[in-house]
Structure formats: C-alpha cells, structure tokens
Write a protein that binds this ligand. Structure first.
Ligand code: ASP
Length: 405
C-alpha cells in the first residue's frame, strides 16, 4: 500500500509538512535549527552523486556518438537556446518589476552593512579555464565546465579507438547505470530531507522579516511564473508535451531545487526526469550538466527584479539604456553563477556596480534571499530541462511521453 504513493508525491508531502512545522516553530518562537542536519544529510547525498554521474554519463554518451558533427550541432543549439531564454527571462523580469515597482514607498536603513563585491572575469579567461590543466583536480573540486570538456574529449577518443576500446566503454556504461541506480537509492531519503530543509528554512523567518519585502518577493515569484507560462510552456507545446505532463514529469527535480536552493543538488534527478519526458540521453547528458553551470534563468530574473527594487529604494533612475545594460550584464552574471545556494546574491553586485546602484543594497535583500533563491533555483532547473527536451525535438529524436505519463 505504502509503495503505491509515488516519490514526487512523498516529496510534496515532505515539503508541505516541513512548511507547516516550520511555520509553527516560527510562530511559537521555538528553535528550528535542529532540523538543519536532517536537510544537510540530503544535500550531501545528492551532491555526492553529481560528479561521478555527470562524468560517466557524458563519457558514455560521447563514446556512443560516432558522428562528431552531431555533438557540435547539439552544443550550438543548446547554447543558443540558453542565451535566448535567459535574455527573455531578464526582459520579462524588468517589464514586471517596472510595472509593479517593488521598492517604491519603502523606507529601509542601509547603514553599517557588509557586502562582498565580485569583479566579472574576462571572456577569454572563462574560455581558457574550461580546459583543465589537471582533469583529476577538476573532478576532485567539482569544476563542472572542466569536467564536461574532459569527459566529451575522453568519450570521443574512446569512440575513435573502435573495438580495442570496447571493454573500457562497457565499464563506463556500467558505471553510468550504477550511478543512476544509486540516485534511486538516495532518493528514498528525499521526502525526509526535504521536510528537514523546509522546516528549518521556514522556522527561521518571522513575518517581521518577510512583510516589508513582501512586494519584492511577490514580483520575483510572478516573474518566475511568467517565464514558465510565456517561455517554457510554449516550447513544450512545440514538443507535443502538455503543461501537466511537463510539471508532473519534472516534479521531483523541481521540489529538490525549491527545497535545497541548489540546482547542483537537483542535477541527477533532473537528468532522469527529462529523459523520462523524452529528452535523448545524448542531448540531456550534455545540456543538463552544462546548463546547471551556465544556464540560470531564475538568477537572471532575480537580478532584474533586484536591480529595479534597489534603484527605487535609492531613487536612482533607470532609463532604457541602463535597463539594456542590465539585460546584458544579468545574462553574463547568471552564466557565472554556480548552482549553490545564494550564488546569485553575490553575482548581482556585478550588475549593481555597473549601473551605479550602491552595493549596500545587497544587504536589503539578503535577509530574504533564501525565499527568493527557492524560486530562482526552481526556474534554473526548469530551464535546463526545457532545453534538453527542446533540443532533442530539434534533432528529430523526441518521443513524447504517453498522455497519462
Ligand atoms: N541557488 C541557485 C542555484 O543553485 C543559484 C542562485 O541563483 O543563487 O541554481
């Protein structure tokens, strides 16, 4: 009987229970910090899977593509899709933020505030750094772009060696399957971990923290919803996948993203769910790990909303040229963000500095960053899954799931 309840349903129950328990703790003023380890165990478990899963699936995928031009084509389509959807995300965010004016009428003290500024790296250094000097170090430190680069090269080289390399290719195929199976075991703990994460997060926020910034949070969530309705769902329509199939099919990675605020933690689940929705192994094992690092539509939305909010607080006008600068910078800053909690909060300093917004503004929004991170991580993950399915369709390989899937 108990096994009849699907994993996403169990995870949703954990999420709602965690929300309720956290809210009860927050209202009663009790210490919710002992929920933290319950969630941390889950985050460590899922992050443990990421490097071996990405490495073995990518090598296996690349080794199975005899045709190198196909790899190049998939890479190009994926990159163009990522750039376009991120630019749309930030444009939607700016339009909505200008309309709702989340910072107008707020009076907040910003003195004595601590912040950390990041300088944008040059494009050439980003590109050069994709090549790992030491592939083992890339694996050990979890440098995703370097791992992707090396794994594709390794897979391609294996494929050129023909029969001689078959035993090795077989071992890598087996290891990829092992990691997928292991993901399944780890997911058994997911509902409990998600409960712990939600209970801890919600218990930490009282209404006194949330209310003054309620409009900002609301605009972030509305813009995220708009990105789903205006960008992702039309893409899915083109792929013959209904909105219900899309959201239901991706429920597990979305709940993991929402509760952990880490798209890296949702990666393995996203890979499997996208494949169940029809994304091919070849496309998804390339585009999802890549998107995990460079495609952050949610972070871009956040940067737009945060910039308009902060400019309004300080009374700084944002004419069209500055808003266009924000579009460009947010795309770059989101590419540079990592899939870990709070990453975009650091990267947003890049945007603020360029359009003349005082960096103290970061502290205004830092207090509610986790709540906004939940929305942006969910969108970050959804954007990667959409790309994997869409590019599979463009490659003419999509087999959409059955209506009841
Ligand atoms: N937490 C986000 C993620 O993991 C990154 C960010 O937007 O801060 O995707």
């Amino acid at each position: 009987m108990a096994n009849k309840v699907s994993l996403p349903t169990k995870m949703a129950i954990g999420l709602v229970l965690g929300l309720c328990v956290g809210a009860a703790f927050s209202t009663a003023g009790w210490d919710g910090s002992w929920f933290k380890p319950i969630g941390q165990v889950f985050i460590n478990l899922v992050r443990m899977l990421v490097v071996p899963l990405v490495f073995f699936t990518l090598v296996a995928g690349a080794a199975s593509i005899a045709d190198i031009s196909k790899l190049g084509r998939v890479a190009l389509k994926t990159m163009v899709f990522y750039l376009l959807t991120t630019a749309l995300a930030i444009s939607i965010a700016l339009i909505l933020a200008n309309f709702f004016e989340p910072g107008v009428g707020l009076n907040i003290v910003t003195e004595g505030i601590q912040y950390k500024q990041v300088a944008p790296p040059s494009i050439s250094s980003v590109l050069i750094n994709i090549i790992p000097i030491n592939p083992m170090q890339a694996l050990a430190t979890g440098n995703m772009l370097q791992i992707i680069f090396f794994a594709i090269l390794l897979g391609f080289t294996l494929s050129t060696l023909g029969d001689f390399a078959k035993p090795m290719t077989k071992i890598i195929d087996v290891m990829a399957e092992v990691m997928i199976k292991m993901t399944g075991y780890v997911m058994v703990y997911a509902p409990i971990g998600i409960f712990g994460l939600m209970a801890y997060t919600v218990s930490m926020y009282g209404l006194e923290v949330l209310l003054p910034l309620a409009k900002l949070i609301l605009v972030m969530y509305i813009a995220s919803l708009a990105q789903i309705l205006l960008v992702y769902l039309p893409c899915m329509r083109f792929c013959g996948i209904s909105p219900l199939q899309f959201i239901k099919g991706l429920a597990s990675p979305l709940i993991i993203a929402f509760s952990t605020c880490s798209s890296a933690a949702a990666l393995s689940s996203n890979l499997q769910s996208s494949q169940r929705l029809g994304a091919s192994k070849t496309v998804s094992s390339f585009s999802i790990p890549l998107g995990n690092t460079i495609n952050m539509d949610g972070a871009a939305i956040y940067m737009g909303v945060a910039a308009v909010f902060a400019a309004e607080i300080y009374g700084i006008p944002l004419p069209l040229d500055k808003q266009l600068t924000i579009v460009l910078l947010a795309v770059l800053a989101s590419i540079g963000s990592m899939g870990v909690p709070g990453a975009a909060l650091i990267m947003v300093t890049m945007v603020f500095a360029q359009v003349g917004i005082p960096l103290e503004a970061i502290a205004l929004i830092a207090g509610v960053d986790r709540i906004m991170d939940m929305a942006r991580t969910t969108i970050n993950v959804l954007g990667d899954a959409t790309a994997a399915i869409f590019v599979t369709k463009l490659e003419g390989e999509l087999v959409p799931p059955k209506e009841d899937a």
